[in-house]
Design a binder for this molecule. Structure first.
Ligand code: DLL
Length: 454
C-alpha cells in the first residue's frame, strides 16, 4: 500500500475510509510515499502554483521583474529564485489582494490572530476547505484518533482557524465532535465527564487550565475520561507536555499551522511524539537563517519559510513565518517519509532582547517548569527605569507550596532565579503569587508585558 505510485497532478481527493477491520497506520498513503516521488510531485505542483498566482498583482510584478514563469522552474532548487512574501506584504495590499480566484469561488474567509497592525484575511475555495479537513485528519489520525472517538473542541470558533479547522478534521476521520468552543472551563469539565469524551483539542495552556479547574472542582483530573489531547496554536515546552500528560492522564500531541498558509494542518506529531510531520506534498518548507536568508544545516534552528503547493484561493510563495524551528529528515519509526519539524523555540519577532541578551518567553517557562512547587502560570514584565532593562517574572505558586514562612518562599525565589539564570544568562526579579491570581486565557496565553519604549 505504501509503495503505490501517486499519479502526478492527482486532484485533491477524499480519503476513502480504511477497509472495515483493517486499521491502516496512515490516513493517506501519500504520507509514506517515497521521497523522490514526492519531490517530483512537489515540482509539478510548484509550477502549477506559479501559474495560479500570476494574476495576483504582488506576484505579477515580482515575477515580471525576476523573469519567472512556470517553465523557468526546472528543479526544486529554483524555489530559491522566487520572491519572499511577508506579513507586511499582506497588510499592505487590499484585504483580499492576494486572492488568486474570482470572488464567486471563495467559500470561506478566516482571519489571522494578532493584536498589532491591521487584521489580515485568508480565503478558501471549497476545494481548499476539503484539503484542510484532510490535512487535519492526517495528524489527528496519526495521534490515535479513530471513528469511535468523541472529541471536545475547546478552541474559539470564528475568524481564528483553530475551531473550524480541527472540527472538520475530526469529522473527516469519522469521529464525533462536541463543539464546546473556548471559555467556561467548568462546563468543559462537566461535558467531558457526562459525555465520556475521549479526546481534547485546544491550546496547551488551556489544557492546563482545564486540569487545574477540574482539581478545584474536586475531580482527580487524571481520572477524567479523556485519553488523548491535540494541542497547538501557541508555543509550549517538552516539560509542559509532560505536565499536561500527568495532570490529565493523557497522551498530548503537538500540531502546528498558521492561518496565512491554511490554519492547523501544516504539521503534526505521530504517536512517536518526536517532531511534527510536515505535510510536504502540500507545502514546500525551507528553514533559513533569518539574517542571511540562506538555508541552515539540517538540525539547526532557522526561520520556517513555506510555499503552498495546492492552495487555490490564496496560495503564498515563500511566506516568511517568523517561526523558529529545525528540520529532521531522518526516517521516523512510524513509517511516514515526510520531514519533521521540531517544536518551535520561538518567533523571530517575539524574541526579547534584554540587556543585549536574546531571550524567548519559552525559555523562562522551561526554567519555571524545572522548579517543583510553581504552577506554569506566569507573566513577564519588562521595564527600563533608567538605562538598564529590568525583568520581573510573576509566577503562581501551587496551593500546597504556598506558605507564610518567609524563608521557604525566599528559597523558592532563589531556586527560580538560578534556573532562569542558567537557561537565559539573565538575572531577573521573581515575584511569587498566590494560586489563581494571574489572568487565565481561553485562547492563546499572553505572557509578556513589555513596558519599554524601544
Ligand atoms: O494558531 C493555527 C493553529 C490553530 C495551529 C490551532 C494549531 C492549532 P494563527 O492564529 O495564524 O494560526 O497563529 C499562527 O501561532 O505562526 C506560531 O507562531 C504559533 N503556533 C501555531 N501552532 C503552534 C505550535 C494558528 N504547535 C502562529 N507550537 C504560528 C508553537 C504555534 N507555536
Amino acid at each position: 500500500m505504501a509503495n503505490q505510485p501517486i499519479p502526478l497532478c492527482h486532484a485533491i481527493r477524499k480519503k476513502p475510509q480504511p477497509p472495515a477491520g483493517l486499521d491502516s497506520p496512515f490516513w493517506d498513503v501519500a504520507e509514506s510515499q517515497p521521497v523522490e516521488e514526492r519531490q517530483s510531485l512537489q515540482l509539478h505542483r510548484l509550477r502549477e502554483t506559479i501559474s495560479r498566482v500570476r494574476n495576483v498583482p504582488f506576484y505579477q510584478s515580482a515575477f515580471r521583474e525576476m523573469n519567472i514563469t512556470p517553465e523557468s522552474i526546472r528543479t526544486l532548487d529554483d524555489l530559491r529564485r522566487l520572491p519572499f512574501t511577508t506579513k507586511a506584504d499582506l497588510r499592505d495590499s487590499p484585504p483580499l489582494g492576494f486572492c488568486a480566484v474570482p470572488r464567486e469561488d471563495i467559500a470561506r474567509i478566516h482571519g489571522s490572530t494578532g493584536t498589532t497592525g491591521r487584521q489580515t484575511f485568508v480565503a478558501y475555495t471549497a476545494e481548499d476547505l476539503d484539503l484542510w479537513s484532510d490535512l487535519c485528519a492526517r495528524f489527528l489520525y496519526a495521534g490515535g484518533l479513530r471513528k469511535n472517538h468523541l472529541v471536545q473542541i475547546a478552541f474559539g470558533y470564528g475568524l481564528f482557524t483553530g475551531g473550524f479547522g480541527l472540527h472538520y478534521g475530526v469529522e473527516r476521520v469519522g469521529a464525533a465532535v462536541v463543539p464546546a468552543a473556548a471559555g467556561n472551563t467548568q462546563r468543559h469539565i462537566t461535558l467531558m465527564r457526562d459525555l465520556a469524551v475521549d479526546v481534547l483539542v485546544c491550546t496547551p495552556s488551556y489544557a492546563l487550565s482545564i486540569a487545574e479547574t477540574a482539581r478545584a472542582m474536586g475531580f482527580d483530573s487524571a481520572q477524567l475520561p479523556i485519553r488523548y489531547g491535540h494541542f497547538g496554536g501557541e508555543p509550549w515546552t517538552q516539560d509542559m507536555r509532560r505536565r499536561i500528560e500527568q495532570e490529565l492522564g493523557i497522551l498530548a500531541f503537538n500540531n502546528y499551522g498558521l492561518s496565512e498558509i491554511i490554519g492547523p494542518g501544516v504539521s503534526g506529531e505521530c504517536h512517536e511524539q518526536n517532531g511534527m510531520h510536515l505535510q510536504e506534498d502540500h507545502f514546500l518548507v525551507e528553514c533559513l537563517d533569518p539574517e542571511t536568508l540562506e538555508p541552515v544545516e539540517e538540525g539547526e534552528v532557522g526561520e520556517l519559510v513555506i510555499t503552498s503547493l495546492t492552495r487555490r484561493a490564496m496560495p503564498l510563495i515563500r511566506y516568511r513565518t517568523r517561526d523558529l524551528s529545525s528540520l529532521d529528515s531522518r526516517p521516523c519509526p512510524c513509517g511516514r517519509t515526510t520531514r519533521r519539524m521540531s517544536r518551535l523555540t520561538g518567533r523571530t519577532d517575539d524574541m526579547l532582547i534584554i540587556r543585549g541578551v536574546n531571550v524567548f518567553p519559552s525559555q523562562i517557562e522551561e526554567a519555571l517548569l524545572r522548579v517543583e512547587g510553581t504552577a506554569p502560570h506566569y507573566m513577564i514584565e519588562i521595564d527600563r527605569p533608567g538605562s538598564l532593562d529590568e525583568v520581573t517574572v510573576h509566577v503562581e505558586v501551587h496551593p500546597q507550596t504556598f506558605s507564610d514562612r518567609m524563608d521557604r518562599m525566599q528559597a523558592l525565589r532563589d531556586r527560580i532565579d538560578r534556573e532562569i539564570h542558567s537557561i537565559t544568562g539573565l538575572r531577573v526579579k521573581v515575584v511569587l503569587l498566590g494560586p489563581q491570581t494571574l489572568e487565565r486565557f481561553t485562547g492563546k496565553a499572553r505572557r509578556v508585558n513589555d513596558h519599554r519604549k524601544l
